[in-house]
Structures are given as structure tokens and as C-alpha cells.
Design a binder for this molecule. Sequence first.
Ligand SMILES: [Zn+2]
Length: 345
Amino acid sequence: MMAAVLEKAEHLVIREIDIKEYLSPHDVRIKITNVGICGSDMHYFKHGKIGPFIVKEPMVLGHEGSGIITETGSEVKTLKVGDCVCMEPGIPDNNSVASKRGIYNLDPDVKFWATPPVHGILRTSVIHPAEYTYKLPEAVSLEEGALVEPLAIGVHAATKACIKPGDIALVIGAGTIGIVTAFSALAGGCSNVIISDIRSEKLDIFKSNREIITINSSKENLHELVMDLSGGWGADIVFETSGNKKITETILDDICPSGKLVYIGMPADPVYFDIVKAQSREISIITIFRYAHVFPKAIALIGSGKIDVNRLITSRFAFKDCAEAFTNQLNPKAQSIKTMIQLTE
Ligand SMILES: [Zn+2]
């Protein structure tokens, strides 16, 4: 099949590749139609590795995708040929302790697309377990389907934060994950969401949302804004999505007593954290790694119109122009958020 193959750092080619896949009774074959480029794809493209995950053999990139079912295994009852679907990119071992405890995202043996040595889905077709393949309702387009994966992270974060109606949330960072977290926090019941970034262009996406207050924290005082809006008390929940390690030095000042700090962004190095300051106000620390059990809810939030993910897409490329799409993102425009690859016309 044809695929976008990362041969080595900064060298991506569209070429024929032979991937050994077998359609087992519980699998489906999917013709891929849309794939969003993720920060992790860009990281592999640029550096050929992420931490301990090193691209040693040519690898197909892409894990945020949607497509159309072309074949079903003999035991598949929930999906049929022609169904439009999106897919969870991680396949856990269903017999692992983590899976049995319901936390399959934490299975150490999970096989996750486009994480070496597992190939991703920037290719014409893939075989995937029906169990991790979700039918899109009529109201959700295939392009929106490819955005369910990043949205799932926001929905998982909002779920783990146990938002209560009327909570005030602060989201640090307005990249893809910050944006979907702000949308999810609002959908989860927050009265207001403040979102900060140091690039004003990123914040323009929220122009039409009255309940989302944007602030360029390099120019304005974020702490003052949080205190003004919360009557001097602080935000109920802070979602950290920037991965900036300096943020932890000041972040606790923005959270109210008994509030919550949710870590989604991953700092590249260990960070300083004032435990006593957190203890003296009983702040709960919550961490997020990917997601579990939230794809159906993320799809429903798009389908009902509660969350509009189309706004995330800032550029589109045809499959044959994948290399250009990746090269462009090496020096992205300030307002650039999500690049979408279209595999069919
Ligand atoms: Zn992703």
C-alpha cells in the first residue's frame, strides 16, 4: 500500500510499503480518508525520536484518523462495510492488569500508532480491532472524525477533573490540546474558562465564545484576571497544557483553596514544585495520559453541536503533498493549529 514513510529525521516520502497485517475475526479493514498531524508526528519528523522512542526503521506517521470500513472480520457485529468511523490509536492487551482495572490507557504494552516500532496510519488502509473503532453518526463528518482523538484528551481531562456546574477553569496554553480542553471544560459545566497563551494569534479561535476569556500572558497580568473573575478566590481548576516548566513556579497562586491542578502538558525535564504551598491549601494534583473510555462521548459532543472542532483546522493538504505539509510545520505560522491530510478527493 502507499504510505507517508519517515525514512529518517526530516525525510518523509510517499512510497509503497509492505505492512504485514491479518484480518482476524474481531478486526475491520478501514480505508483511511483523513489524518490530522499531531505534535508528536512533528517531533518524530524533526528529531527522529521522542525521549526513549527512537525511529530506527522507516516508520509510517499519523495517529489521528478517520475512514470508511471496507471489510469486516467474521465475528464483527457492530460495524459494517461502508460505515464512516474514527479509531482509537492505542491497542492495549485486554488481559493486562491495567485493562482489567479499566485503565487501558496505562497498559505498559499498549501498541500505539506512530510510536516506534508501530506504524501509523498515513497510508491508504489499516486493519484495526472493531472494539477500538467507532462509527460516526451522520452529524459528524469524516474530517471531524479525525479530530476526535485530540478532543478525547480534553474530554478525559475534564472528566478526571470532576467539574461542577459554575466552576471557573483556567487553561494554560492554546495549542490543539489547550483548545480542546477549554471546549471540554465548558461542555463539562464551567461558567467561564480563561485561556492564556503568549501568542495572541492562537487565541483568535475563541472570538465567537463569550464564556471563554482569552489573555496574552506575556502582555497582560494573568493572575489579576483570574482573581478579578473569581472574586479574589482563584480558579477552581487549572489545566496545564503548555509543558512550560516555569509555569509550575507560579501556577499554584492562580488556584483556589481546595482547587485542582490538572497536568496535561509534558515538560521536557523534571520541574520544581512547591508541595507545602499546595498542601496548605489542599490542592489536588491530577495527571492525564492519553484517554480511556471517552471516544463515544467526544463523538457525541461534536455530533450534538456542543463542540465545534472544525475551527481547529488551519491548513489542508492532499496525501501526495504530505512532505510539504510536514516541512511547512517546521516553521509554522503564528495562527497555525491543526494541519489535516486528505487521503481521498
Ligand atoms: Zn495526537
